[in-house]
Every structure is written in structure tokens, then in C-alpha cells.
Design a protein around this ligand. Sequence first.
Ligand code: ADP
Ligand code: MG
Length: 436
Amino acid sequence: SNDLSTFCICGGKRDEIRINSSHISKQVERLDLQQNQLEVLKSNFQETRATVKDAHSNWGDELRRLEFHIKSLEVESSSYHKLLEENRLLYNTVQDLKGTIRVFCRVRPFLPGQTDGLSTIDYIGENGNIMIVNPHKHGKDARKVFTFNKVFGANVTQQQVFGDTQPLIRSVLDGYNVCIFAYGQTGSGKTYTMNGPDLTTEETWGVNYRALNDLFEISNSRLDFIRYEVRVQMIEIYNEQVRDLLVSDGTNRRLDIWNISQPNGLNVPDASLVPVKCTQDVLDLMLIGQKNRAVGATALNERSSRSHSVLAVHVHGKELVSGSILRGCLHLVDLAGSERVDKSEAVGERLREAQHINRSLSALGDVISSLAQKNKHIPYRNSKLTQVLQDSLGGQAKTLMFVHINPEVSSFGETISTLKFAERVASIELGAARSN
Ligand code: ADP
Ligand code: MG
């Protein structure tokens, strides 16, 4: 019975050992599996660590690149500001030497089929001289010389004319006010200079489109430093009444002029003020303006030659680093025809128009020549035209007058009177410029 019990105990132990052994081998199997998983995790971890390390070093590079870029932008920006300041100083020095009023004379070519073979333009010199001749007269009275800042002969292109105007226009982006006028008798080329003969042909675009194009181009090139906004107004002054040319509903409201300088620089705050971002926006607006002018033309017979049209370009710039604001305004003015009206012939509406035109053009002449003489009192209040332009005439503002003349002998009288007006406007400035 001892043997039996020993046998039983041994059998029991053996079973226990077998169970334990299978348990152990199961655990070993599980441990092996866990070991494998650990290996996989370890290798994944190592891979991830390598990727993170790479990324970290890449980010570091990127960070260093960005820091470098920011530093170089700061350097560029400060040198740009220095340059801007130097430009301003230089510009002011040049302006002090030359004065703020410029007069350019432009001669229109003979029109197709119009030439009579005789021209009143005898000679155009290099230094802004032009000699006018009356071919029907002899002796010293037949010739007269006038001097301006520049004279453009009949063959000078729109691009060349704009080229000499460009520096003045660009100063608007530096916060200056600029006024450009087209003066001359009807048919002498005022609209040709300002608008061009045809909106669809880029080559013959006038100063207006080229100026806006240039402003967009330059403002885009300064995007890293200054953000500009350009907004446009277009008004007409007819019989001393101001009218909005950009109204889409065709309403013919009279607009008021605010004589106290407005903080936003708008003298006619009720006229539509339209933001423009590209030349196409401007072309679209011009078409509306021309259409609104044309409505008047059918009713009042060629009204465009008897009204002043004013394109006001308001530029607002914010300097990104300093946060300071620059404001500039460019006024582009196509004036009413300057021809004298025969008082014995003109009656009624025509006489009234002629009197308004005469009065406003001589008020403009008085303002410009008072500015040129640096008078204390500038007679802005004598016409709507000078009131509208008050902030852009005088002070730091720069003025350019294009005077237009015809080559035809039949226009001789008007040509002389146009050139005399221009000389009165500019003579003191030119005298000062010459003596420098
Ligand atoms: P204004 O506006 O002074 O009444 P316009 O600009 O309408 O005169 O010009 C009268 C005509 O002469 C138009 O047919 C115009 O195309 C043409 N003209 C004016 N200036 C030039 C020029 N520089 N070159 C060619 N044609 C011109
Ligand atoms: Mg015209």
C-alpha cells in the first residue's frame, strides 16, 4: 500500500509538473511574442526618432532661413526708408530750384486733309523755346519767341510726353499732391494728351491711363513695405456747377464743394469715390464717365469742350513697419476750350457758357501765377475749378500745365493768346529757373 501511495503521489506530481511545464511553455511563447512586438516597437521608435531628428534639423534650417529673411527685409526696409527720405529731400531741393509749377507746350500736327501748307510754328528749340510766325505778315512783328519748361513738336509720341510727366506722377505715391492741366483752344489736342483718341489702343493712351498704370506698377513693387489703396472720382464743372460723372443712375445732382480741407483729402465728398485695382477698372470707369458726359453733349451741343473734366486719383498708403500713413492726390484736368467768343455773335446760353469759361480760366491763371510769385493771398475762391483743386494747388503740391496749340494759320490769334496765358502763368518761375 506504501508503494501504491508513493505511486499515486508520483503520478500526481508528474501531472502537476506536466501542467506546470505546459503553463511555462505557454508563458515562454507569450514572452517570445511580446519580445517580438517589443522589437517591432523598438525599431518603429528608432525610425520615428530618426524622422523627428531629420524634421527637427529641417525645421531648424527653415527657422534660420526665415530669421535671415526677416533680418534682410528689415535691413531692406530701413534702407528703403532712408532712400525714400533722401528722395524726398532731393525732390524738394530740385523743386526749390525749379519751382513747383511747370509748363509744357505741345503742338498738334496738321489733321488729315486739313493742311494748307503753311504753319505758324517757325522753330522749336532745344531749351523749351518755340518761335511762332504769322506767315501773312512781314517784319519783326511777324515772329515771336516763347519759352517754357519743354516744347513737344507735332511728332512727339504719347509715350514720350508721358515719360517727361512720370516723375511728377510718381511723387503722388510719396504723399505729394499733383495737378496736371490740359489748356488750349477746342481742337488743339487737350483730350488727345489726357485721354488719347481711342480707349482701345494702348499705344495712343493718354496721360490719364498711363499715370494710373504707372501708379499700380510702382505700388505693386513696394508691396513688401507699403500697402496702397487707389480710389478715383470723376467730375465735370459746367457753368460753375459741379456734377458727378461716375453716377450709374444718370442723376444730374449738383455737388457741393467743401472749402475746409477734409481729413480724407476730399473736397467734393459727395462725388462717387470708386476703388480701382488695375488699369481695366480705370478703363471701365472712363467709359461710364464718357457716357455721362456724352448725355450732356447731345442736349447741349458739344458740351465736353465747354466744361472742365476732372479725374481725381486719391492714393492712400500705409507703411508696414512704422504704420504711418501717406496720402497723395493726383488731379488730371481736361479744361474747357480757351477760345475767345465773339461777343457780337454769342447770345443766350452760348454767351453764358463763354463767360463762365473765361472767368474760371482766368481765375486758374490768377491762382497759378500768385503761387508762382509766392504771394500770401491766393485767390482760390474766384471759381469752382480753383476751389475743387485748392488742396492740390500750392503748398507742397506740384502743378503741370500742358498748353496746346494748333499749327494752322487760321488759329494764329488763338495760338498767341494761349501762349501769352501760359507765359503769364509761368514766366516768374521760368525766370527763377533760368537765373539758377
Ligand atoms: P481738344 O480736346 O483740345 O478739343 P482733341 O484732343 O479732341 O482736341 O483733338 C482734336 C483732333 O486732333 C482729334 O481728332 C485728335 O485725335 C487730333 N489730335 C490732337 N492731338 C494730336 C496729336 N498729338 N497727334 C495726332 N492727332 C492729334
Ligand atoms: Mg476735348
